[in-house]
Write a protein that binds this ligand. Structure first.
Ligand SMILES: Cc1ncc(COP(=O)(O)O)c(C=O)c1O
Length: 314
């Protein structure tokens, strides 16, 4: 198997991110709950995309690209963080965002305006339209350009979370469960593959906050990332657990998610967001209440950021 360190990176963040116990929430839920602070990755307002962009933007630079396109919903954390990373590296970011959800100049849109980033809102439900538009714009600009898919969720981006699992194993290898939000799939796929490689006692749980077919996306991305690493592993459904936490719809806050946001704020002084991490933590709470975890299990919640979204709720 190839070493993760053999892949080019651009060092965007501050790692390792801390792991600490959530004492008051553990007491309340009668479980041993810890948190990995990937909301503190050190770029923009933090968040999971920093790890993926370390690999993706190194690839862009190695290919000699100077313009970087990406996409997502109007309040995409991924798009905002891609823009921040490009600003740090001196690349030109262009964001083509779906004209859906909160499009006003609040939350991540406001942060993009602070960075002076070119944003186009595209009135479509289909990412294929957006990728086509990127090619048209890229060709018209006449510069070499790089296209990052929605969420940075391809095999190369997923390596960021294989590396996160390696980092967790080096900090504390004793976790039995790792719980994370799943929006486009790369974070969960990377963690699940990384757990298989570096944390053999841990099971990864993807809390689905969108309605895409993650039972197909997760193992596919795991296999593609394993192939990049030349890792000889067989991916089976035992390697990951998925749970539907979408509620009323993607980016529409759920009652359970909002309660989780409030619980984390009130008990631990940590802010989750209503679109991803709140719903994911609500899934962890539900698993505790359903008695899924054994008495001595140690559970790690990976806080993937999303602070910008807290300021863009209707
Ligand atoms: C804050 C936050 N958490 C979790 C996720 C989910 O990660 P992924 O898209 O890799 O599934 C996202 C994705 O956009 C996000 O912005």
């Amino acid at each position: 198997m190839k070493q993760l360190s053999s892949f080019a990176r651009v060092s965007l963040g501050v790692f390792p991110t801390p792991i600490h116990r959530l004492n008051r929430i553990s007491e309340e839920l009668k479980a041993d709950i810890w948190i990995k602070r990937d909301d503190l990755t050190g770029l923009g307002l933090g968040g999971n995309k920093t790890r993926k962009l370390d690999f993706l933007l190194a690839d862009a630079k190695n290919q000699g690209c100077t313009t970087v396109f990406t996409t997502g919903g109007a309040q995409s954390n991924h798009a905002m963080l891609t823009a921040a990373a490009c600003r740090k590296l001196g690349l030109t970011p262009i964001l083509l965002l779906k004209k859906r959800g909160v499009t006003e100049n609040v939350g991540n849109r406001y942060l993009e305006s602070l960075m002076g980033v070119e944003v186009r809102l595209i009135d479509t439900d289909d990412y294929a339209d957006i990728y086509r538009e990127m090619d048209e714009m890229g060709r018209a600009r006449g510069e070499k350009y790089y296209k990052i898919p929605c969420g940075g969720s391809n095999a190369l981006g997923s390596l960021g979370y294989v590396d996160c699992a390696r980092e967790i194993a080096a900090q504390d290898g004793g976790f039995h469960h790792i719980v994370v939000a799943e929006g486009s799939g790369g974070t969960m796929a990377g963690l699940a593959l990384g757990a298989k490689l570096f944390l053999p006692h841990a099971r990864a749980h993807g809390m689905m906050v969108d309605t895409d077919p993650f039972d197909e996306i997760t193992p596919r991305l795991m296999r593609e990332a394993a192939a990049l690493l030349d890792a000889q592993v067989e991916i089976t459904p035992d390697d990951y657990a998925l749970m539907d936490m979408c509620g009323p719809g993607y980016a529409i806050p759920s009652k359970e998610g909002n309660e989780a946001v409030r619980l984390m704020a009130e008990r631990e002084g940590i802010f989750l967001d209503p679109v991803y991490t709140g719903k994911a933590f609500a899934g962890l709470i539900r698993l505790c209440r359903e008695g899924t975890f054994a008495k001595d299990d140690r559970i790690l919640f990976v806080h993937t950021g999303g602070a910008g979204g807290l300021f863009a709720v209707r």
